[in-house]
Structure formats: structure tokens, C-alpha cells
Write a protein that binds this ligand. Structure first.
Ligand code: GAR
Length: 199
């Protein structure tokens, strides 16, 4: 059984979907802990499923590196097989990424390498494209530059705003994330091989 720690910053709707999938009989992974950089609303989903949570408030540390060191210490307590960033809106310091890479993945609401960064949905709308997408990637030391594990196109519709487009992207992200976690757990997707192919 693959053990997973999930890091969030916000509503945690993708976390919720993963928790639901992982609670189904036969799913080969389970979430063992949920962490956040702030008092995230998504903690409620972890509590609903009886999953332990840990909070490492970004603002309580003098630097990103110190925050990352504490986050790393918390992750080490749980020692998961896989770390999933699911709406974690802070860049992790390079040494923390290096410690977990390639066993650390991220969901992103755009068709990478298009529109990386914190505003993938807004940036796609601003660019006036007629399609964007959803991606699941391995986290590396860049901003959304790691190997792509799964992605799918999603049309931008006339009249879309950031909320409406993001709400259409999220269900696709959830499906891709659950499928990637399942494929990793079943050995169908080898993260080490994926990372070395693209290095
Ligand atoms: C998701 O769309 C996720 O891909 C995005 O934040 C949202 C979190 O939603 N992450 C990024 O943009 C990272 N660059 P949720 O909290 O409801 O799951």
C-alpha cells in the first residue's frame, strides 16, 4: 500500500477527491497525513476522514529555508512513500525538493509548460487562448518545470472568468491526480525512470 502525505494551502477540493478515492476498497494508496502552510479550509476534509494534520505556518518563520526545514521535519515524521502538492501555494526550498524528488508531485491548472506559476488560470485567460488544461508533474527545482506525468486539454469557453474556468479544470485535475497516484502505487508509473528520462 503506497502511503501519501498531501500538502495544501486552500479549499482542498482535490485533496477531498483523493481521500474519497483512497477510501474505496481496492485503491492501492492511502493518505496518512495532510499538512499546510496556513490554517487551510481543506483541513476539514482530512478531519472528516480521520487523517492527522500538521500546520507549519509560513509567516512564523524568518525565511523560506527555515519554514522548509520544519516542513521537512514534519514530513519525516510520517515518512510517506509519496508527497502530493495539491494547491500548496508556496514554493518549497530547493533542498526540501531535492530530498523528496522524484517522490513529490504537483497538480497544476494549466497545460504545462504553458502558464506555470501561481496564476495558471488567470494567465491563460489573459493570453486569450481558446484551450488550456490540467497537468500533474514531478516537482523539481524550477517553477512547474518537472516531468509531466499526465495532462489533458480543456476548452476556454466564451464568457469564462477565472472562477468558471477553474471550476471546469478542477474535476479533470482530480481525475488525473487519482489516476497518477493509482499508477504509481501499482508500479505502472515509475517516478525514478520518468525523472531520469527527462533529466
Ligand atoms: C488546484 O487547481 C491546483 O492545481 C492549484 O490550486 C488549486 C487548489 O484547489 N495549484 C496551483 O495553482 C499550483 N501552482 P483545491 O485547494 O480546491 O484543491
Amino acid at each position: 500500500m503506497l502511503t501519501v502525505a498531501v500538502l495544501i494551502s486552500g479549499a482542498g477540493s482535490n485533496l477531498r477527491a483523493l481521500l474519497e478515492a483512497a477510501s474505496a476498497p481496492g485503491f492501492p494508496a492511502r493518505v496518512i497525513a495532510v499538512g499546510a502552510d496556513r490554517e487551510a479550509d481543506g483541513f476539514a476534509h482530512a478531519e472528516h476522514f480521520g487523517i492527522p494534520t500538521f500546520l507549519v505556518p509560513f509567516g512564523a518563520f524568518a525565511s523560506r529555508e527555515e519554514w522548509g526545514a520544519e516542513l521537512g521535519a514534519q514530513l519525516a515524521v510520517w515518512n510517506p512513500d509519496l508527497v502530493v502538492l495539491s494547491g500548496m501555494m508556496r514554493l518549497l526550498p530547493a533542498d526540501l525538493v531535492a530530498e523528496w524528488e522524484p517522490r513529490i508531485i504537483n497538480t497544476h491548472p494549466a497545460y504545462l509548460p504553458e502558464f506555470p506559476g501561481a496564476h495558471g488560470v488567470r494567465d491563460a485567460l489573459a493570453a486569450g487562448v481558446d484551450q488550456t488544461g490540467a497537468s500533474v508533474i514531478v516537482v523539481d527545482s524550477g517553477v512547474d518545470t518537472g516531468p509531466i506525468l499526465a495532462q489533458e486539454r480543456i476548452p476556454v469557453l466564451p464568457g469564462d472568468d477565472e472562477d468558471s474556468l477553474h471550476e471546469r479544470i478542477k474535476p479533470v485535475e482530480r481525475r488525473l491526480l487519482i489516476d497518477v497516484v493509482r499508477r504509481i502505487a501499482e508500479g505502472e508509473l515509475d517516478l525514478a525512470a520518468t525523472a531520469s528520462r527527462t533529466a
